[in-house]
Ligand binder design. Structure first.
Ligand code: G4P
Length: 527
Protein backbone atom coordinates (compact mmCIF):
# COMPACT_ATOMS: atom_id res chain seq x y z
CA UNK A 1 0.00 0.00 0.00
CA UNK A 2 1.17 3.52 -0.71
CA UNK A 3 2.10 5.79 2.17
CA UNK A 4 -0.84 8.11 1.61
CA UNK A 5 -3.27 5.20 1.80
CA UNK A 6 -1.63 3.93 4.98
CA UNK A 7 -1.84 7.37 6.54
CA UNK A 8 -5.44 7.84 5.48
CA UNK A 9 -6.57 4.71 7.26
CA UNK A 10 -5.00 5.63 10.58
CA UNK A 11 -6.78 7.08 13.59
CA UNK A 12 -4.78 8.04 16.66
CA UNK A 13 -6.71 9.13 19.72
CA UNK A 14 -6.63 9.33 23.50
CA UNK A 15 -9.37 8.59 26.00
CA UNK A 16 -9.78 11.25 28.64
CA UNK A 17 -12.01 11.19 31.67
CA UNK A 18 -12.27 11.86 35.36
CA UNK A 19 -11.24 8.77 37.38
CA UNK A 20 -14.04 6.19 37.63
CA UNK A 21 -16.07 7.45 34.70
CA UNK A 22 -15.40 4.16 32.93
CA UNK A 23 -12.29 4.75 30.82
CA UNK A 24 -10.78 1.34 31.57
CA UNK A 25 -14.03 -0.43 30.89
CA UNK A 26 -14.62 1.38 27.62
CA UNK A 27 -11.03 0.85 26.50
CA UNK A 28 -11.42 -2.84 27.04
CA UNK A 29 -14.70 -2.97 25.17
CA UNK A 30 -13.31 -1.03 22.22
CA UNK A 31 -10.49 -3.54 21.99
CA UNK A 32 -12.93 -6.40 22.28
CA UNK A 33 -15.20 -5.08 19.54
CA UNK A 34 -12.18 -4.57 17.30
CA UNK A 35 -11.23 -8.19 17.91
CA UNK A 36 -8.12 -7.49 19.96
CA UNK A 37 -9.36 -9.65 22.78
CA UNK A 38 -5.96 -10.62 24.10
CA UNK A 39 -5.17 -6.98 24.78
CA UNK A 40 -8.54 -6.43 26.34
CA UNK A 41 -7.60 -9.06 28.88
CA UNK A 42 -4.54 -7.13 29.95
CA UNK A 43 -6.52 -3.96 30.49
CA UNK A 44 -8.86 -5.88 32.72
CA UNK A 45 -6.00 -7.46 34.64
CA UNK A 46 -4.52 -4.09 35.19
CA UNK A 47 -7.79 -2.90 36.58
CA UNK A 48 -8.36 -5.98 38.73
CA UNK A 49 -5.28 -5.28 40.80
CA UNK A 50 -5.96 -1.61 40.98
CA UNK A 51 -7.86 -1.42 44.17
CA UNK A 52 -5.44 -3.53 46.14
CA UNK A 53 -3.12 -0.65 46.98
CA UNK A 54 -2.95 3.08 46.93
CA UNK A 55 -2.85 4.83 43.59
CA UNK A 56 0.81 5.51 43.20
CA UNK A 57 2.00 2.20 44.54
CA UNK A 58 -0.11 0.70 41.88
CA UNK A 59 1.37 2.91 39.22
CA UNK A 60 4.71 1.65 40.35
CA UNK A 61 3.62 -1.98 40.18
CA UNK A 62 1.99 -1.62 36.88
CA UNK A 63 4.84 -0.08 35.06
CA UNK A 64 5.82 -3.51 33.88
CA UNK A 65 2.68 -3.95 31.86
CA UNK A 66 1.79 -0.37 31.32
CA UNK A 67 4.05 -0.09 28.31
CA UNK A 68 1.80 -2.61 26.67
CA UNK A 69 -1.41 -0.99 27.74
CA UNK A 70 -0.52 2.68 27.45
CA UNK A 71 -0.58 2.44 23.67
CA UNK A 72 -2.90 -0.04 22.05
CA UNK A 73 -3.19 -0.67 18.37
CA UNK A 74 -6.11 -2.41 16.75
CA UNK A 75 -7.61 -2.89 13.32
CA UNK A 76 -11.23 -2.17 12.66
CA UNK A 77 -13.03 -1.95 9.33
CA UNK A 78 -9.76 -1.83 7.46
CA UNK A 79 -8.50 1.03 9.61
CA UNK A 80 -5.63 1.09 12.08
CA UNK A 81 -6.63 2.60 15.39
CA UNK A 82 -4.00 3.73 17.88
CA UNK A 83 -5.47 4.28 21.31
CA UNK A 84 -3.37 6.11 23.88
CA UNK A 85 -4.12 5.81 27.55
CA UNK A 86 -3.78 8.79 29.85
CA UNK A 87 -3.07 8.70 33.59
CA UNK A 88 -6.16 9.34 35.62
CA UNK A 89 -4.75 11.16 38.62
CA UNK A 90 -4.52 14.90 38.27
CA UNK A 91 -1.04 15.06 39.77
CA UNK A 92 0.15 13.34 36.63
CA UNK A 93 -1.63 15.68 34.31
CA UNK A 94 1.66 16.82 32.81
CA UNK A 95 2.08 13.35 31.36
CA UNK A 96 -1.42 13.53 30.02
CA UNK A 97 -0.81 16.88 28.36
CA UNK A 98 2.12 15.41 26.55
CA UNK A 99 0.14 12.36 25.45
CA UNK A 100 -2.51 14.69 24.08
CA UNK A 101 0.07 16.31 21.83
CA UNK A 102 0.57 12.94 20.16
CA UNK A 103 -3.05 12.32 19.13
CA UNK A 104 -5.33 13.60 16.41
CA UNK A 105 -8.58 13.24 18.36
CA UNK A 106 -9.83 12.60 21.86
CA UNK A 107 -12.67 10.54 23.26
CA UNK A 108 -14.16 12.07 26.37
CA UNK A 109 -15.91 9.67 28.74
CA UNK A 110 -18.42 11.21 31.10
CA UNK A 111 -20.17 9.50 33.98
CA UNK A 112 -23.84 10.30 33.41
CA UNK A 113 -24.39 10.56 37.14
CA UNK A 114 -21.63 13.13 37.65
CA UNK A 115 -21.51 15.14 34.47
CA UNK A 116 -18.40 17.13 33.62
CA UNK A 117 -15.87 16.73 36.43
CA UNK A 118 -12.80 18.73 37.35
CA UNK A 119 -10.18 16.52 35.78
CA UNK A 120 -12.06 16.31 32.50
CA UNK A 121 -12.24 20.07 32.35
CA UNK A 122 -8.50 20.50 32.74
CA UNK A 123 -7.74 17.98 30.06
CA UNK A 124 -10.22 19.55 27.75
CA UNK A 125 -8.52 22.88 28.04
CA UNK A 126 -5.46 21.26 26.52
CA UNK A 127 -7.51 19.75 23.71
CA UNK A 128 -9.15 23.06 23.06
CA UNK A 129 -5.84 24.90 22.96
CA UNK A 130 -4.82 22.56 20.17
CA UNK A 131 -8.26 22.39 18.52
CA UNK A 132 -8.31 18.63 18.97
CA UNK A 133 -11.62 17.15 17.80
CA UNK A 134 -13.51 15.51 20.63
CA UNK A 135 -16.06 12.71 20.65
CA UNK A 136 -18.21 12.40 23.77
CA UNK A 137 -19.42 9.18 25.35
CA UNK A 138 -21.90 9.54 28.19
CA UNK A 139 -21.52 6.35 30.18
CA UNK A 140 -23.48 4.40 32.80
CA UNK A 141 -26.98 4.95 31.42
CA UNK A 142 -27.93 1.69 33.12
CA UNK A 143 -27.83 3.60 36.41
CA UNK A 144 -30.04 6.26 37.88
CA UNK A 145 -28.28 9.23 36.39
CA UNK A 146 -28.89 12.84 35.53
CA UNK A 147 -31.38 14.00 32.99
CA UNK A 148 -29.79 13.82 29.50
CA UNK A 149 -30.93 17.34 28.60
CA UNK A 150 -29.12 18.58 31.70
CA UNK A 151 -25.97 16.72 30.79
CA UNK A 152 -25.93 18.04 27.26
CA UNK A 153 -26.51 21.53 28.57
CA UNK A 154 -23.67 21.20 31.06
CA UNK A 155 -21.23 20.01 28.43
CA UNK A 156 -22.11 22.93 26.21
CA UNK A 157 -21.74 25.44 29.01
CA UNK A 158 -18.59 24.16 30.64
CA UNK A 159 -16.72 23.16 27.52
CA UNK A 160 -17.96 25.96 25.31
CA UNK A 161 -18.60 23.53 22.50
CA UNK A 162 -21.81 22.73 20.66
CA UNK A 163 -23.04 19.20 21.44
CA UNK A 164 -24.60 17.20 18.64
CA UNK A 165 -26.37 14.09 19.95
CA UNK A 166 -25.84 11.16 17.62
CA UNK A 167 -27.87 8.92 19.90
CA UNK A 168 -30.51 9.71 22.50
CA UNK A 169 -31.30 7.54 25.53
CA UNK A 170 -34.69 6.02 26.19
CA UNK A 171 -35.06 5.91 29.95
CA UNK A 172 -32.27 5.21 32.42
CA UNK A 173 -31.31 2.85 35.22
CA UNK A 174 -33.64 -0.12 35.48
CA UNK A 175 -35.81 1.62 32.90
CA UNK A 176 -33.02 2.03 30.35
CA UNK A 177 -34.40 0.63 27.12
CA UNK A 178 -31.81 1.70 24.59
CA UNK A 179 -31.13 4.64 22.34
CA UNK A 180 -32.51 6.32 19.29
CA UNK A 181 -29.83 6.31 16.67
CA UNK A 182 -30.34 9.70 15.10
CA UNK A 183 -27.94 9.04 12.26
CA UNK A 184 -29.45 5.76 11.14
CA UNK A 185 -33.01 6.46 12.22
CA UNK A 186 -33.52 3.40 14.28
CA UNK A 187 -33.83 2.29 17.88
CA UNK A 188 -31.07 0.19 19.41
CA UNK A 189 -32.53 -1.91 22.16
CA UNK A 190 -30.61 -2.39 25.37
CA UNK A 191 -30.28 -5.73 27.08
CA UNK A 192 -28.57 -5.57 30.44
CA UNK A 193 -25.92 -8.04 31.47
CA UNK A 194 -22.20 -7.59 31.45
CA UNK A 195 -19.79 -9.58 29.33
CA UNK A 196 -22.09 -10.31 26.49
CA UNK A 197 -20.41 -10.78 23.20
CA UNK A 198 -20.81 -8.28 20.44
CA UNK A 199 -24.03 -8.01 18.49
CA UNK A 200 -25.91 -9.98 21.05
CA UNK A 201 -26.89 -6.82 22.80
CA UNK A 202 -28.25 -4.68 20.05
CA UNK A 203 -31.61 -5.26 18.55
CA UNK A 204 -32.41 -2.69 15.94
CA UNK A 205 -35.92 -1.44 15.33
CA UNK A 206 -36.18 0.55 12.17
CA UNK A 207 -39.54 2.22 12.30
CA UNK A 208 -39.48 5.03 14.82
CA UNK A 209 -43.23 5.58 14.58
CA UNK A 210 -43.82 2.01 15.55
CA UNK A 211 -46.77 1.79 17.95
CA UNK A 212 -45.23 -1.32 19.35
CA UNK A 213 -42.38 0.81 20.66
CA UNK A 214 -44.76 2.89 22.70
CA UNK A 215 -46.43 -0.20 24.00
CA UNK A 216 -43.11 -1.72 24.82
CA UNK A 217 -41.32 1.21 26.40
CA UNK A 218 -44.30 3.32 27.47
CA UNK A 219 -43.69 6.67 29.13
CA UNK A 220 -39.93 6.46 28.68
CA UNK A 221 -40.33 6.29 24.96
CA UNK A 222 -42.69 9.26 24.76
CA UNK A 223 -40.47 11.31 27.03
CA UNK A 224 -37.33 10.48 25.08
CA UNK A 225 -39.01 11.49 21.84
CA UNK A 226 -39.99 14.82 23.34
CA UNK A 227 -36.51 15.48 24.64
CA UNK A 228 -35.03 14.52 21.33
CA UNK A 229 -37.32 16.84 19.41
CA UNK A 230 -36.39 19.60 21.83
CA UNK A 231 -32.68 19.02 21.39
CA UNK A 232 -32.93 18.79 17.66
CA UNK A 233 -34.91 22.02 17.62
CA UNK A 234 -32.12 23.97 19.32
CA UNK A 235 -28.87 22.31 18.28
CA UNK A 236 -27.25 22.96 14.92
CA UNK A 237 -26.77 20.29 12.28
CA UNK A 238 -23.60 18.28 12.66
CA UNK A 239 -20.87 20.06 10.76
CA UNK A 240 -17.80 17.95 10.14
CA UNK A 241 -15.52 20.98 9.73
CA UNK A 242 -16.69 22.42 13.03
CA UNK A 243 -16.04 19.06 14.69
CA UNK A 244 -12.53 18.90 13.22
CA UNK A 245 -11.88 22.40 14.56
CA UNK A 246 -12.99 21.31 18.04
CA UNK A 247 -16.11 23.44 17.96
CA UNK A 248 -18.73 20.69 17.92
CA UNK A 249 -18.72 17.37 19.70
CA UNK A 250 -20.86 14.41 18.64
CA UNK A 251 -22.43 12.81 21.71
CA UNK A 252 -23.22 9.14 22.27
CA UNK A 253 -25.04 7.61 25.20
CA UNK A 254 -24.31 4.12 26.39
CA UNK A 255 -23.23 1.70 29.04
CA UNK A 256 -19.71 0.49 28.52
CA UNK A 257 -19.96 -2.34 30.99
CA UNK A 258 -22.94 -3.70 29.07
CA UNK A 259 -21.21 -3.28 25.70
CA UNK A 260 -23.86 -0.80 24.77
CA UNK A 261 -22.95 2.09 22.51
CA UNK A 262 -19.42 0.83 21.99
CA UNK A 263 -19.71 -0.03 18.32
CA UNK A 264 -21.10 3.42 17.54
CA UNK A 265 -17.97 4.91 19.06
CA UNK A 266 -15.69 2.75 16.95
CA UNK A 267 -17.68 3.62 13.84
CA UNK A 268 -17.56 7.29 14.70
CA UNK A 269 -13.80 7.12 15.15
CA UNK A 270 -13.45 5.69 11.66
CA UNK A 271 -16.01 7.91 10.02
CA UNK A 272 -15.59 11.20 11.83
CA UNK A 273 -12.17 11.40 13.49
CA UNK A 274 -9.40 12.70 11.24
CA UNK A 275 -6.40 10.82 9.90
CA UNK A 276 -2.96 12.25 10.81
CA UNK A 277 -2.49 15.85 9.78
CA UNK A 278 0.52 17.98 8.94
CA UNK A 279 2.62 18.89 11.95
CA UNK A 280 4.31 22.16 12.63
CA UNK A 281 8.05 22.25 13.17
CA UNK A 282 10.12 25.36 13.71
CA UNK A 283 11.53 25.00 10.23
CA UNK A 284 8.42 24.12 8.23
CA UNK A 285 5.11 22.30 8.16
CA UNK A 286 5.59 18.57 7.72
CA UNK A 287 2.85 16.65 5.84
CA UNK A 288 2.25 13.09 7.10
CA UNK A 289 2.53 11.56 3.62
CA UNK A 290 6.06 12.75 3.03
CA UNK A 291 8.13 9.65 2.27
CA UNK A 292 10.87 10.54 4.74
CA UNK A 293 10.45 9.56 8.36
CA UNK A 294 10.08 12.12 11.12
CA UNK A 295 8.79 11.70 14.65
CA UNK A 296 8.73 13.24 18.09
CA UNK A 297 9.30 11.76 21.57
CA UNK A 298 6.28 12.52 23.74
CA UNK A 299 6.75 10.08 26.57
CA UNK A 300 9.58 8.21 28.23
CA UNK A 301 9.16 5.25 30.46
CA UNK A 302 12.28 4.22 32.34
CA UNK A 303 13.56 1.29 34.32
CA UNK A 304 11.06 -1.25 33.15
CA UNK A 305 13.69 -3.58 34.39
CA UNK A 306 15.73 -1.76 37.05
CA UNK A 307 18.63 -4.14 36.54
CA UNK A 308 19.13 -2.90 33.01
CA UNK A 309 18.28 0.76 33.31
CA UNK A 310 16.44 0.50 30.08
CA UNK A 311 14.02 3.07 28.86
CA UNK A 312 11.48 3.20 26.17
CA UNK A 313 10.95 6.42 24.30
CA UNK A 314 7.47 6.68 22.83
CA UNK A 315 7.65 8.30 19.43
CA UNK A 316 4.71 9.60 17.48
CA UNK A 317 5.49 9.23 13.81
CA UNK A 318 4.77 12.58 12.16
CA UNK A 319 5.62 11.70 8.59
CA UNK A 320 6.68 8.90 6.33
CA UNK A 321 7.38 5.27 6.86
CA UNK A 322 9.34 3.60 9.59
CA UNK A 323 11.31 0.49 8.69
CA UNK A 324 13.08 -1.54 11.30
CA UNK A 325 16.83 -1.16 11.08
CA UNK A 326 16.74 2.29 9.51
CA UNK A 327 19.10 4.90 10.91
CA UNK A 328 17.48 7.82 12.62
CA UNK A 329 19.10 11.04 13.75
CA UNK A 330 18.30 12.80 17.01
CA UNK A 331 18.19 16.39 15.84
CA UNK A 332 19.08 17.86 19.27
CA UNK A 333 22.33 15.95 19.68
CA UNK A 334 23.11 14.89 16.13
CA UNK A 335 23.48 11.32 17.43
CA UNK A 336 22.21 8.32 15.54
CA UNK A 337 19.74 5.84 17.02
CA UNK A 338 19.65 2.18 16.23
CA UNK A 339 16.20 0.94 15.41
CA UNK A 340 16.76 -2.80 15.32
CA UNK A 341 14.93 -3.30 18.56
CA UNK A 342 12.06 -0.88 18.08
CA UNK A 343 8.84 -2.23 19.53
CA UNK A 344 5.22 -1.84 18.64
CA UNK A 345 2.28 -2.11 20.95
CA UNK A 346 0.25 -4.65 19.08
CA UNK A 347 -0.08 -7.07 21.89
CA UNK A 348 0.66 -7.55 25.52
CA UNK A 349 4.16 -8.61 24.71
CA UNK A 350 6.43 -6.00 23.31
CA UNK A 351 6.64 -7.04 19.73
CA UNK A 352 9.38 -6.20 17.33
CA UNK A 353 8.09 -3.92 14.69
CA UNK A 354 8.86 -4.05 10.99
CA UNK A 355 7.02 -1.09 9.50
CA UNK A 356 4.91 1.78 10.79
CA UNK A 357 3.45 4.96 9.36
CA UNK A 358 2.58 8.51 10.32
CA UNK A 359 0.07 8.39 13.16
CA UNK A 360 1.54 5.22 14.69
CA UNK A 361 3.43 5.14 17.94
CA UNK A 362 6.70 3.25 18.13
CA UNK A 363 8.76 2.45 21.20
CA UNK A 364 12.53 2.89 21.01
CA UNK A 365 14.53 1.22 23.77
CA UNK A 366 17.52 3.36 24.75
CA UNK A 367 19.77 4.24 27.65
CA UNK A 368 19.13 7.93 27.91
CA UNK A 369 20.05 9.17 24.47
CA UNK A 370 16.44 10.13 23.80
CA UNK A 371 14.66 12.85 25.74
CA UNK A 372 11.18 14.24 25.88
CA UNK A 373 10.51 16.57 22.98
CA UNK A 374 13.28 15.13 20.80
CA UNK A 375 12.69 15.12 17.07
CA UNK A 376 13.94 12.14 15.06
CA UNK A 377 14.50 12.33 11.31
CA UNK A 378 16.40 10.61 8.52
CA UNK A 379 18.86 13.51 8.66
CA UNK A 380 16.92 16.71 8.13
CA UNK A 381 17.05 19.36 10.84
CA UNK A 382 13.51 19.69 12.16
CA UNK A 383 12.21 20.60 15.59
CA UNK A 384 8.60 19.75 16.22
CA UNK A 385 6.94 22.23 18.52
CA UNK A 386 4.15 21.86 20.99
CA UNK A 387 5.36 19.42 23.63
CA UNK A 388 4.57 21.32 26.79
CA UNK A 389 6.49 21.57 30.05
CA UNK A 390 4.72 23.59 32.69
CA UNK A 391 6.41 25.72 35.29
CA UNK A 392 6.32 23.74 38.56
CA UNK A 393 3.93 24.86 41.22
CA UNK A 394 5.73 23.15 44.09
CA UNK A 395 9.45 23.03 44.76
CA UNK A 396 11.36 20.78 47.12
CA UNK A 397 14.97 20.04 47.84
CA UNK A 398 16.35 16.56 48.42
CA UNK A 399 18.46 15.37 51.29
CA UNK A 400 19.98 11.94 51.55
CA UNK A 401 20.62 9.91 54.64
CA UNK A 402 23.88 8.47 53.32
CA UNK A 403 26.17 11.01 51.63
CA UNK A 404 28.03 8.15 50.00
CA UNK A 405 25.01 7.66 47.78
CA UNK A 406 25.03 11.15 46.33
CA UNK A 407 26.25 9.92 42.97
CA UNK A 408 23.31 7.53 42.74
CA UNK A 409 20.99 10.31 43.80
CA UNK A 410 22.21 12.53 41.03
CA UNK A 411 21.91 9.75 38.49
CA UNK A 412 18.44 8.84 39.67
CA UNK A 413 17.18 12.39 39.65
CA UNK A 414 18.65 13.13 36.27
CA UNK A 415 17.03 10.06 34.79
CA UNK A 416 13.67 10.62 36.45
CA UNK A 417 13.84 14.21 35.27
CA UNK A 418 14.52 13.18 31.71
CA UNK A 419 11.59 10.84 31.90
CA UNK A 420 9.36 13.74 32.93
CA UNK A 421 8.39 12.11 36.25
CA UNK A 422 9.58 15.27 37.94
CA UNK A 423 11.40 18.39 36.85
CA UNK A 424 14.93 18.66 38.08
CA UNK A 425 16.67 22.03 38.24
CA UNK A 426 20.37 22.54 38.66
CA UNK A 427 21.12 25.85 40.35
CA UNK A 428 23.55 28.27 38.71
CA UNK A 429 25.30 28.60 42.07
CA UNK A 430 25.60 25.71 44.50
CA UNK A 431 25.12 22.03 43.90
CA UNK A 432 21.97 20.78 45.59
CA UNK A 433 19.34 19.95 43.03
CA UNK A 434 15.87 21.41 43.15
CA UNK A 435 12.82 19.32 42.36
CA UNK A 436 9.78 20.89 40.80
CA UNK A 437 6.38 19.31 40.34
CA UNK A 438 2.88 20.19 39.37
CA UNK A 439 1.31 17.78 41.86
CA UNK A 440 2.47 16.50 45.27
CA UNK A 441 2.07 12.86 44.35
CA UNK A 442 4.97 13.27 41.95
CA UNK A 443 7.32 13.70 44.92
CA UNK A 444 6.02 10.54 46.52
CA UNK A 445 6.59 8.58 43.37
CA UNK A 446 10.07 10.00 43.00
CA UNK A 447 11.18 9.20 46.57
CA UNK A 448 9.75 5.72 46.19
CA UNK A 449 11.48 5.15 42.89
CA UNK A 450 14.78 6.59 44.14
CA UNK A 451 14.73 4.02 46.88
CA UNK A 452 13.68 1.04 44.79
CA UNK A 453 15.50 1.71 41.57
CA UNK A 454 18.58 3.58 42.73
CA UNK A 455 18.98 2.44 46.32
CA UNK A 456 18.85 6.00 47.63
CA UNK A 457 17.06 6.90 50.82
CA UNK A 458 16.01 10.46 50.05
CA UNK A 459 14.11 12.95 52.14
CA UNK A 460 12.20 15.76 50.57
CA UNK A 461 12.22 19.17 52.25
CA UNK A 462 10.57 22.45 51.43
CA UNK A 463 12.58 24.69 49.17
CA UNK A 464 13.06 28.42 49.39
CA UNK A 465 11.54 29.03 45.98
CA UNK A 466 8.02 28.33 44.90
CA UNK A 467 7.86 29.68 41.37
CA UNK A 468 9.89 29.33 38.21
CA UNK A 469 9.77 30.98 34.82
CA UNK A 470 11.74 29.99 31.79
CA UNK A 471 13.66 32.96 30.50
CA UNK A 472 14.55 33.89 26.95
CA UNK A 473 15.73 36.99 25.14
CA UNK A 474 16.32 37.91 21.53
CA UNK A 475 19.74 39.15 22.46
CA UNK A 476 21.85 36.37 24.00
CA UNK A 477 24.11 38.91 25.69
CA UNK A 478 21.18 40.49 27.45
CA UNK A 479 20.12 37.03 28.66
CA UNK A 480 23.63 36.47 29.97
CA UNK A 481 23.58 39.83 31.77
CA UNK A 482 20.28 38.86 33.39
CA UNK A 483 21.68 35.50 34.46
CA UNK A 484 24.84 37.10 35.90
CA UNK A 485 22.90 39.74 37.80
CA UNK A 486 20.48 37.17 39.26
CA UNK A 487 22.88 34.28 39.61
CA UNK A 488 21.51 33.04 42.93
CA UNK A 489 18.03 32.77 41.43
CA UNK A 490 18.90 31.00 38.23
CA UNK A 491 18.56 27.26 37.67
CA UNK A 492 18.73 25.06 34.60
CA UNK A 493 16.24 22.35 33.68
CA UNK A 494 16.83 18.90 32.13
CA UNK A 495 17.70 20.38 28.74
CA UNK A 496 19.72 23.22 30.28
CA UNK A 497 17.11 25.84 29.59
CA UNK A 498 17.56 28.65 32.14
CA UNK A 499 14.83 29.55 34.59
CA UNK A 500 14.34 32.37 37.02
CA UNK A 501 13.29 31.29 40.54
CA UNK A 502 11.11 33.28 42.88
CA UNK A 503 9.37 32.91 46.22
CA UNK A 504 6.55 35.29 45.40
CA UNK A 505 4.78 36.30 42.23
CA UNK A 506 5.68 39.92 42.97
CA UNK A 507 9.36 39.14 42.47
CA UNK A 508 8.61 38.03 38.95
CA UNK A 509 6.71 41.23 38.27
CA UNK A 510 9.62 43.30 39.52
CA UNK A 511 12.09 41.36 37.39
CA UNK A 512 9.86 41.87 34.36
CA UNK A 513 9.78 45.61 34.95
CA UNK A 514 13.50 45.90 35.43
CA UNK A 515 14.39 43.69 32.49
CA UNK A 516 12.04 44.52 29.62
CA UNK A 517 14.17 42.67 27.07
CA UNK A 518 13.77 39.37 28.93
CA UNK A 519 10.72 37.18 28.37
CA UNK A 520 9.39 35.05 31.21
CA UNK A 521 7.48 31.88 30.29
CA UNK A 522 5.17 29.63 32.28
CA UNK A 523 5.49 26.92 29.69
CA UNK A 524 8.36 25.58 27.66
CA UNK A 525 7.46 23.91 24.41
CA UNK A 526 10.44 22.13 22.99
CA UNK A 527 13.98 21.08 23.67
P1 G4P B 1 -11.86 4.54 35.05
O1 G4P B 1 -10.94 3.73 34.23
O2 G4P B 1 -12.38 5.74 34.31
O3 G4P B 1 -11.36 4.89 36.39
O4 G4P B 1 -13.18 3.68 35.31
P2 G4P B 1 -13.43 2.10 35.27
O5 G4P B 1 -13.57 1.63 33.87
O6 G4P B 1 -12.47 1.43 36.16
O7 G4P B 1 -14.88 2.08 35.89
C1 G4P B 1 -15.17 2.59 37.17
C2 G4P B 1 -16.33 1.84 37.77
O8 G4P B 1 -17.50 2.08 36.97
C3 G4P B 1 -16.15 0.34 37.80
O9 G4P B 1 -16.84 -0.15 38.91
C4 G4P B 1 -16.86 -0.11 36.53
O10 G4P B 1 -17.30 -1.43 36.61
C5 G4P B 1 -18.03 0.85 36.54
N1 G4P B 1 -18.63 1.03 35.21
C6 G4P B 1 -18.02 1.25 34.03
N2 G4P B 1 -18.92 1.37 33.04
C7 G4P B 1 -20.12 1.21 33.59
C8 G4P B 1 -21.46 1.21 33.09
O11 G4P B 1 -21.71 1.38 31.91
N3 G4P B 1 -22.46 1.04 33.99
C9 G4P B 1 -22.22 0.84 35.31
N4 G4P B 1 -23.27 0.67 36.11
N5 G4P B 1 -20.99 0.82 35.82
C10 G4P B 1 -19.95 1.00 34.98
P3 G4P B 1 -16.14 -0.56 40.24
O12 G4P B 1 -17.18 -1.04 41.18
O13 G4P B 1 -15.26 0.57 40.68
O14 G4P B 1 -15.20 -1.72 39.80
P4 G4P B 1 -15.63 -3.22 39.46
O15 G4P B 1 -15.85 -3.85 40.78
O16 G4P B 1 -16.86 -3.18 38.61
O17 G4P B 1 -14.46 -3.75 38.73
Amino acid sequence: MMIDQEVKRRRTFAIISHPDAGKTTLTEKLLMFAGAIHIAGSVKARKASRYATSDWMEIEKQRGISVASSVMQMEYRDHVINLLDTPGHQDFSEDTYRVLTAVDAALMVIDAANGVEAQTLRLLEVCRARNTPILTFINKMDREVRNPLDLIDEIERTLGMATIPFTWPIGMGKQFHGVFDLQHHCVRVFHPGADRVENENEMVINKLENKALIERFGENFIEARQEMDLVRGVSPEFDHTAFLAGKQTPVFFGSAINNFGVREILDALIELAPPPKSRQSIQREVPPVEPKFSGVVFKIQANMNPAHRDRIAFVRICSGEFKRGMNLKIVRSGKEVRTNTVVSFLSQRRELLEVAYAGDIIGIPNHGTLQLGDTLTEGETLHFTGLPFFAPEIFQTVEIADPMRSKQLKLGLTQLGEEGAIQVFRPHIGSSLLLGAVGNLQFEVVTHRLQHEYGVDARIAAAKYQLARWITANDPQELQRFIDSNAHRIAYDAVDAPTFLASFAAEISVAKENWPAISFHKMREHA
